[in-house]
Write a protein that binds this ligand. Structure first.
Ligand SMILES: *Cc1c(COP(=O)(O)O)cnc(C)c1O
Length: 385
C-alpha cells in the first residue's frame, strides 16, 4: 500500500472487499436465475457491511435492476451518490418523509390505502408520477396487506391513482418449510390473478424470493428475485455447491509482541494464564469493530498461514493471540481475522451463535473498507475522515 492509500486508512484493521469477486457472484446468480428474471440487489445495512455506495456501481453495471434498502435514510445515501440509480425502500416510510422520497424519486413500499392517497396527493401537486411497490403479507406477519377479499380490493384501488405507478407487488417467505413456502407463493399468485383487471399494462413485477429461495426454488422466481446475502458469497446449507464466494476479508496487523512466563495471565480477569513460556501478539481490533466478544477463548486468526488462538478476554479495541508456535513472527505482520483463506464467516457466525449477515452487518464505521479490483486497490472508504 503506498503512502497515498495509507493516509486514507490511518489504522491497520480494515475490511478488504473484492469487487471482482462480487461481479463473479452476480454473474453466477444471473446465469442461474435466467434472463427473464430481474435481479434486485439488496444492499440494506450498508450493503451487509460491504459499503452500499461502494458496491452499488458493480451491481448496476452487472445487471441489477433495483437497489433495495430497508429505509429512506439508506435510500438517500445512495441517491446522494447517483441521481439515476433505481433505489427502492423495502420497509415502511412514515408519512412525514413521503415528500422527501417523492422529491428524490425513491420507490416506496406501500401497504395501506391511506398512504397511497397521501402519495397521490403529493405527487399530483408536484406534477410527478411516483413509483411504488405494494407489499402483501402472505404469512410472515411483518408488513403488508393481508389477502382477504377486502385487502385485494384495497390493493386494486391503489392502481387507480393517476400519479402513482405500481411497479411491483411482492411478499416475503418465512422459509419455515417448503410446504409452507408453497402456500405463501400460492397466495401471491392468487392475488396476481385477481389484479389482472387493474394491472392492465402487465408491467408490474411480482416477486417473493430472497437469496435462499431465489437460488433453490426455481418455480418461485416469478419476475424478480431480491438477493442480498448471496451477492456477498454467503452460502446456505441448501446450496453448498453454488459457485459464489465470500467477497470480504477482515484484516489487521500485529501491534505488539511479548514473551510471558509460566503463570502469567492475559487480559481482564486473567481469564487465561499460560502454563509455559509463551509468545503473545497484541492485535488492534476488538468487539467495538464488530468482532463478537463471545469469541473470547474460542476465536482464531490466521498469521503466516497458520491458525492462532485468541487468548483471554477480547477487549473493546484489542485482543491477544498466542503465537508461540509461529516462526518469524514480527510486529506489523499481516493477520487475517476472517476470510476465505482463514476462519470463514460461516465458522465465526456458528461459533458466536449468530448468522453470517449479523457478523457482516455489524462491522463498524471505524473499520475502513478497502476495495480491490483487478488485483489492486480501486478505492478506500473511510467514514471517519
Ligand atoms: C433482506 C431482505 C431480502 C434479502 O435477503 P437475503 O437473504 O439476504 O437474500 C429480500 N427481501 C426482503 C424484503 C428483505 O428484507
Amino acid at each position: 500500500m503506498d503512502d497515498n492509500w495509507d493516509s486514507k486508512l490511518l489504522r491497520d484493521t480494515y475490511l478488504e472487499v473484492d469487487l471482482d469477486r462480487l461481479k463473479m457472484n452476480v454473474d453466477a446468480i444471473r446465469r442461474h436465475i435466467g434472463e427473464h428474471v430481474d435481479l434486485c440487489a439488496v444492499i440494506k445495512a450498508n450493503g451487509y457491511g460491504m459499503g452500499a455506495v461502494d458496491i452499488a456501481p458493480t451491481l448496476i453495471e452487472n445487471g441489477a435492476t433495483f437497489l433495495a434498502v430497508a429505509n429512506l435514510l439508506e435510500a438517500m445515501e445512495l441517491r446522494k451518490r447517483d441521481s439515476n440509480w433505481p433505489v427502492w425502500v423495502m420497509g415502511h416510510t412514515p408519512d412525514r418523509y413521503l415528500e422527501t422520497a417523492i422529491d428524490n424519486d425513491i420507490t416506496l413500499t406501500i401497504f395501506t390505502t391511506a398512504q397511497a392517497e397521501k402519495i397521490q396527493e403529493i405527487a399530483y401537486e408536484k406534477g410527478k408520477i411516483h413509483k411504488i411497490q405494494i407489499k402483501v403479507d402472505t404469512g410472515f406477519n411483518r408488513l403488508g396487506f393481508k389477502t382477504s377479499k377486502e385487502d385485494i380490493e384495497a390493493i386494486s384501488s391503489i392502481f387507480k391513482h393517476a400519479n402513482i405507478e405500481v411497479v411491483g407487488v411482492f411478499s416475503h417467505l418465512a422459509l419455515a418449510s417448503y410446504e409452507e413456502d408453497i402456500k405463501q407463493l400460492e397466495l401471491l399468485l392468487d392475488i396476481k390473478n385477481r389484479l389482472e383487471k387493474v394491472d392492465i399494462n402487465k408491467t408490474v413485477k411480482y416477486h417473493i424470493c430472497d437469496s435462499i429461495s431465489g437460488i433453490s426454488y426455481p418455480d418461485f422466481r416469478l419476475d424478480m428475485v431480491r438477493i442480498g446475502a448471496a451477492l456477498f458469497g454467503a452460502k446456505s446449507y441448501r446450496y453448498p455447491e453454488f459457485p459464489i464466494e465470500t467477497i470480504a476479508k477482515f484484516k489487521t496487523r500485529i501491534s505488539h509482541l511479548k514473551t510471558i512466563e509460566p503463570g502469567e495471565g492475559v487480559s481482564y480477569d486473567y481469564k487465561w494464564r499460560t502454563k509455559k513460556k509463551a509468545l503473545i501478539a497484541t492485535l488492534p481490533f476488538g468487539y467495538a469493530d464488530g468482532y463478537p466478544r463471545n469469541m473470547t477463548s474460542q476465536g482464531e486468526v490466521v498469521i503466516g498461514g497458520q491458525k492462532c488462538p485468541i487468548i483471554g478476554v477480547i477487549c473493546m479495541d484489542q485482543c491477544m493471540v498466542d503465537v508461540t508456535e509461529l516462526k518469524n513472527v514480527h510486529v506489523g505482520q499481516e493477520v487475517l481475522i476472517f476470510g476465505p483463506e482463514g476462519v470463514s464467516i460461516d465458522e465465526l457466525s456458528q461459533k458466536s451463535g449468530t448468522n453470517k449477515n449479523e457478523i457482516l452487518s455489524r462491522l463498524m464505521q471505524r473499520v475502513p473498507r478497502v476495495y480491490m479490483k483487478g488485483g489492486s486497490i480501486d478505492h478506500i472508504r473511510n467514514d471517519l475522515l
